[in-house]
Design a protein around this ligand. Structure first.
Ligand code: FAD
Ligand code: DLZ
Ligand code: SF4
Length: 508
């Protein structure tokens, strides 16, 4: 009897442990498009189209390689709408002697998989996901007994483990572990900005786009600009394009933001890494090689590798360590509703309009936009972290809970009280003014704090500082901010809080 090899929508790699432990001449691969997954949040239309098209292409790739693939489409009449329902139907069809699957990326799905053995009275071999550089147990070992789980120390371990950007004497290349201080330049808008590589939708993608446009017409986002790769081959091309055209300046301008320039020097590879079209260790190796060949500078190579070898692996470790209650945390006790303009894009704050507008058009915003614009605003406004989490999980093409939740609830909203970051990413408009040109064309004045046309970030920032005095004043990294607050005269403090109240009421 065959084994039933279940491949989930973010497991589109030929080297999956589930596939390696199966026999293509005997076993059956099950892939299914199911309503439960397409609607557990109101995903951006491009995200659904990307995943379903990449799944259909991967099924084709497996068939070409000689596998038998049982592929269930979203509009198949008998589709039960859930992974569990589809596994049940597939068991009836194929009468397998066991189910083989690689660990699910998300807790929610892993819980379903864990129930199958009992529900269906069948052996379920659930294998580790070897695409990650750090296994769950290795992360646990690293975290055990530590007072604080700072990414930087984890990252150094990963550098040593992989030998990436290490000298033969086991020292970091260039003598430093981290070159972030060189990576904070604002950018000028010029002709030499790299161009995004777009991939024209093929027949399969066009069909999926049409279906998504009809079936998910009311979901957030547009489909017109869809230009994502949906195959391994094209994802590799996109990465090569990044290496040649943008990687050299990636580090220097990593935190920069520019009106009308959604992509800058970023790689746009997160969706490919997250569904398995690109391999994280492989892309890090290619970047290290480009540095060693003198093609890109060290600050860019290190900055890029840190995001993947450091942050990406680290947030996954935190996710599995802190779930399931991580999702419910709200250390700052923030209770406000997410302002409606996060969905409509209708705001006269130029920075938020730009970040949300490009999110609607491309299902993409880069890290600093996510952290310091939409993230910081939600934080200082006081939005309930669960609502912020659901927004990020829905609107970005690369959003899977294991990576999105620690970034949103932990890093950006300080909802975990400081596991990920040592202080909240609260900031006034001055940060955005320094790192972007958004303020040049904004209805508000970034230099003003309390007037009717004052930048809302400014009063909300001080209001945040004041309302969290009890929790944050003792934080050594907040000391200077609280002395600045205390040095202000009472009248200014009152005026700032009054303006913040008006801003909040105006957006409520
Ligand atoms: P680049 O800037 O080119 O970086 C290269 C790669 O590094 C990325 O492709 C990504 O794989 C990795 N990376 C960079 N920063 C992080 C990070 N903080 N955590 C994990 N990996 C990182 N990333 C996701 O993949 N999915 C998400 O759902 C997601 N949600 C986020 C939510 C918030 C509030 C914040 C602040 C960040 C989030 N990130 C998420 C991290 C980061 O913003 C994206 O990975 C990045 O913007 C993707 O664009 P890029 O491929 O052009 O990245
Ligand atoms: C995100 C997503 C969507 C929108 N649709 C599907 C789907 O129809 N079938 C599928 O297998 N996977 C889908 N995914 C990705 C899954 O949600 C993802 O594999 C799990 O979240 C991993 O735990
Ligand atoms: Fe954003 Fe304030 Fe600058 Fe306007 S003035 S773009 S609201 S930071």
């Amino acid at each position: 009897r065959p084994s039933l090899v279940v491949i989930l929508g973010d497991q589109l790699s030929p080297g999956m442990t589930s596939l390696s432990s199966a026999d293509k001449h005997r076993d059956v691969v099950l892939m299914c498009e199911v309503e439960e997954e397409t609607s557990y949040v109101g995903h951006h239309k491009q995200k659904i189209a990307f995943i379903l098209s990449a799944m259909r292409h991967f099924a084709g790739e497996l068939e070409e390689a000689g596998w038998t693939v049982d592929y269930i489409r979203l509009d198949d009449k008998a589709n039960s709408g859930s992974f569990t329902g589809e596994v049940e139907r597939a068991i009836k069809r194929h009468e397998p002697d066991r189910i083989v699957i690689t660990d699910a990326g998300e807790y929610r799905v892993q819980e379903m998989v864990d129930g199958w053995s009992q529900t269906f009275e069948i052996d379920v071999d659930c294998l580790p996901d070897k695409r990650f550089i750090c296994s769950k147990s290795e992360f646990e070992d690293w975290a055990e007994g530590r007072k604080s789980l700072r990414m930087e120390y984890f990252y150094r371990e990963m550098r040593k483990k992989t030998g990436l950007l290490m000298t033969q004497a086991d020292k970091p290349a260039g003598g430093e572990w981290n070159y972030d201080k060189e990576n904070r330049k604002p950018a000028g808008d010029d002709l030499f900005l790299p161009k995004r590589q777009r991939f024209e939708p093929d027949r399969i993608t066009a069909e999926v786009i049409e279906m998504v446009g009809e079936k998910f017409a009311n979901n957030f986002g547009t489909l017109e600009e869809f230009g994502w790769a949906v195959t391994r081959q094209d994802a590799e091309k996109a990465f090569e394009h990044f290496l040649g055209a943008a990687a050299g300046d990636f580090g220097t301008y990593q935190d920069a933001m520019l009106e009308g320039q959604p992509f800058l020097w970023h790689s746009l590879i997160s969706p490919y890494l997250n569904v398995g079209l690109l391999d994280p260790l492989d892309v890090c190796r290619q970047v290290a090689e480009a540095y060693e060949d003198g093609k890109i500078p060290l600050n860019s190579a290190e900055g890029f590798i840190r995001q993947i070898l450091g942050w990406r692996e680290y947030v996954r470790g935190i996710y599995w360590r802190e779930m399931p209650d991580y999702r419910e945390r709200n250390a700052m006790r923030a209770q406000r509703d997410l302002p409606w303009f996060y969905w409509s894009g209708e705001t006269d704050m130029a920075c938020l309009k730009a970040a949300i507008g490009q999110t609607r058009d491309h299902a993409y915003a880069h890290h600093i936009q996510r952290l310091m614009i939409t993230g910081t605003f939600a934080l200082i406004y006081g939005v309930e972290p669960r609502q912020v989490h659901e927004w990020y999980l829905a609107v970005y093409i690369d959003a899977f809970e294991w990576v999105e939740l620690p970034n949103t609830l932990g890093m950006s909203q300080f909802g975990d009280g400081g596991i990920l970051g040592s202080k909240p990413y609260a900031a006034s408009g001055a940060y955005i003014d320094r790192m972007s040109n958004y303020c040049d064309n904004c209805a508000y004045d970034v230099k003003k704090r309390t007037e009717d046309d004052a930048c809302p970030f400014n009063s909300l920032y001080w209001d945040f500082v004041a309302r969290h005095e009890k929790t944050l004043k003792g934080n050594p990294r907040m000391g200077r901010i609280y002395s600045n607050w205390e040095r202000m005269d009472e009248e200014t403090q009152k005026a700032l809080r009054k303006r913040a109240k008006e801003v909040i009421e105006g957006m409520g």
